[in-house]
Design a protein around this ligand. Structure first.
Ligand code: ATP
Ligand code: MG
Length: 523
């Protein structure tokens, strides 16, 4: 649908009630077949166990003194207890703050200062890091370990042993905060994003829409993307909700990932660009039977048609699909429809959302094929950032649309395409170059394992493109060869005038994005 250059998602009636996300999960977990396996995390966790565990835990959290509106932080690698703790947090109306388990104590201090927790769930590994903060007076009274432990700390297992009854507390869905995820920190310090109970209804609506995700009960998928990031978290929660068995992988290890696909005959893979590069290029892939895979969905950063084609051909798929989203939008803004075979598109506007593409200079909403900033509205839009009024004000335009900071356009069939982040666009004499385009070209070279491109200052042109390249271990290639390879395939402005530098690894954020900030630091 289109009104004044605003592209809208289909607004059918939504089957998820607008209420506490805790009540929604509670009812669904009660309703499920309790014998059925929900999660595999070394052991099999049935729906019965997940249902009972989250009720018992919620009841114990209240006994420990937690109240509605308190902050519960989770600092841990992926495991099934992470999801049970999240669901219990929904039940008691807590604000759940997901934090990267790889954060240093300095980084944790930053988040605990702006978002002081009343209770922390963590794994033993992260616990040591957290304890440094004791001297800073930043530790809450209660720390609950997911692992067994002989020390003074409470453990998850001890708490959930105690059988109890609990019914989720009532909340104001539109205003009460359910989760506080952090953005990826690709362009600066990660921001704490405030998402309400009503917001969390939206990913359930999106992933429950057959036009976008054709999940069937009894499907199986992999939970390898980090639960502390909105993409990994929403995949996990919606899988549990819709009865999709989730095989949890705490840390990406190539062999384990491929073996899991082979053993469980996984059909749908949720990915990020580095994982697509792995599927396209790693020699290991040929040693496993992954012919079960029928649907690959990628989110988090720009991928181009060349990378899509490589994955498509190797895995024998009709298409690689994309989801385009942001933490600030409770994940999805657009997604390739299930039947779409459009290449390099991030798909159509998801239900509940609408998008306009605004001219950078005039701010005016543009028609098809015109590049501008994507701005989105919809049921998933955050209420704002925690303790950051300025950033919150800047995040929305005067019509209440979220400024995504991403450049893109849509075609006459309302399919969207992302060019790149506004902040990453390289300006060569006023001509705009998308680093993603050059990166995707570079990784097609057989000797290139991974690549990243940034703009570096240039007296004449303003900026020129330069590349960082990781070589395939058994291949040799020179800077000159790679520069020629790129330059032969692009117009004059896009040439690698800044040259190529070989490095051992491209810095990436934990949510799978090239960390250009870090690369700019080492130029
Ligand atoms: P920060 O806001 O802290 O700098 P971030 O923007 O990377 O980090 P996220 O919320 O994880 O934090 O990511 C949202 C961004 O990811 C989008 O603004 C967009 O730039 C990028 N993105 C997500 N999905 C896609 C996609 N399919 N294609 C292109 N870019 C994408
Ligand atoms: Mg962002």
């Amino acid at each position: 649908m289109m009104v004044d250059h605003i592209v809208q998602g289909s607004c059918d009636t939504f089957h998820i009630p607008n209420q506490s996300i805790g009540i929604t999960f509670y009812n669904e977990l009660k309703r499920k077949n309790h014998e059925k396996i929900a999660l595999i995390d070394n052991e099999e966790i049935s729906y019965g166990k997940l249902c009972k565990t989250s009720i018992n835990l919620a009841s114990q959290l209240i006994k420990l003194g937690l109240k509605k509106g308190d902050v519960v932080s989770i600092v841990s690698q992926n495991n099934w207890k992470y999801l049970a703790a999240t669901i219990s947090g929904f039940y008691i109306g807590a604000k759940i703050n997901f934090l990267n388990h790889d954060y240093t104590s300095g980084e944790l201090k930053h988040f605990f200062t702006i978002c002081p927790p009343n209770l922390i769930f963590c794994s033993k590994k992260s616990c040591n890091n957290i304890l440094f903060l004791r001297n800073e007076g930043l530790l809450p009274e209660h720390i609950i370990l997911f692992d067994e432990d002989e020390t003074e700390y409470l453990t998850f297992d001890e708490l959930v042993k105690i059988d109890s009854d609990f019914y989720p507390v009532e909340v104001q869905p539109e205003t009460d905060i359910a989760i506080i995820p952090t953005s990826s920190g690709t362009t600066g310090l990660p921001k704490c994003v405030l998402l309400t109970h009503a917001n969390l209804r939206v990913p359930l609506i999106h992933f429950g829409d057959r036009n976008f995700l054709d999940f069937k009960e009894d499907d199986v998928t992999i939970g390898n993307l980090p639960f502390f990031h909105i993409w990994g978290n929403m995949i996990a929660l919606t899988s549990v909700f819709y009865g999709i068995k989730l095989i949890i992988i705490p840390k990406f290890r190539p062999e384990v990932y491929l073996k899991t696909i082979e053993d469980y005959k996984i059909e749908t893979l949720f990915t990020v660009p580095p994982l697509l590069i792995f599927l396209a290029k790693s020699p290991l892939v040929s040693f496993y039977d992954i012919s079960s895979v029928k649907d690959v969905i990628c989110a988090a950063a720009v991928i181009t048609k060349e990378l899509e084609e490589m994955v498509k051909d190797r895995l024998g798929l009709k298409a690689v699909r994309q989801l385009y989203g942001m933490t600030e939008a409770s994940l999805g803004i657009t997604m390739s429809p299930t039947k779409s075979e459009k290449v390099a598109s991030v798909g159509k506007v998801l239900p509940t959302n609408k998008i306009k593409v605004c001219d950078i200079e005039t701010q005016e909403a543009l028609g098809p094929h015109k590049i501008g900033e994507l701005r989105a509205k919809g049921g998933g839009l955050m209420v704002g950032y925690l303790s950051n009024k300025n950033a919150t004000m800047e995040a929305f335009d005067n019509e209440g649309y979220l400024r995504t900071g991403d450049l893109g356009y849509y075609d006459e069939e309302n399919f969207f395409y992302i060019v790149d982040r506004l902040k990453d666009i390289i300006k060569f004499k006023g001509f705009q170059i998308s680093p993603a385009e050059l990166e995707n070209l570079l990784i097609q070279h057989p000797a290139v394992k991974d690549a990243a491109v940034i703009g570096i200052p240039d007296e004449v042109a303003g900026e020129v493109a330069m590349a960082f390249v990781v070589k395939q271990p058994d291949k040799n290639v020179t800077e000159k060869e790679l520069v020629c390879f790129v330059n032969e395939n692009v117009c004059a402005q896009k040439r690698l005038y800044g040259g190529v530098r070989f490095i051992d690894e491209i810095p990436k954020t934990s949510s799978g994005k090239i960390w250009r900030l870090k690369l700019r630091e080492i130029v």
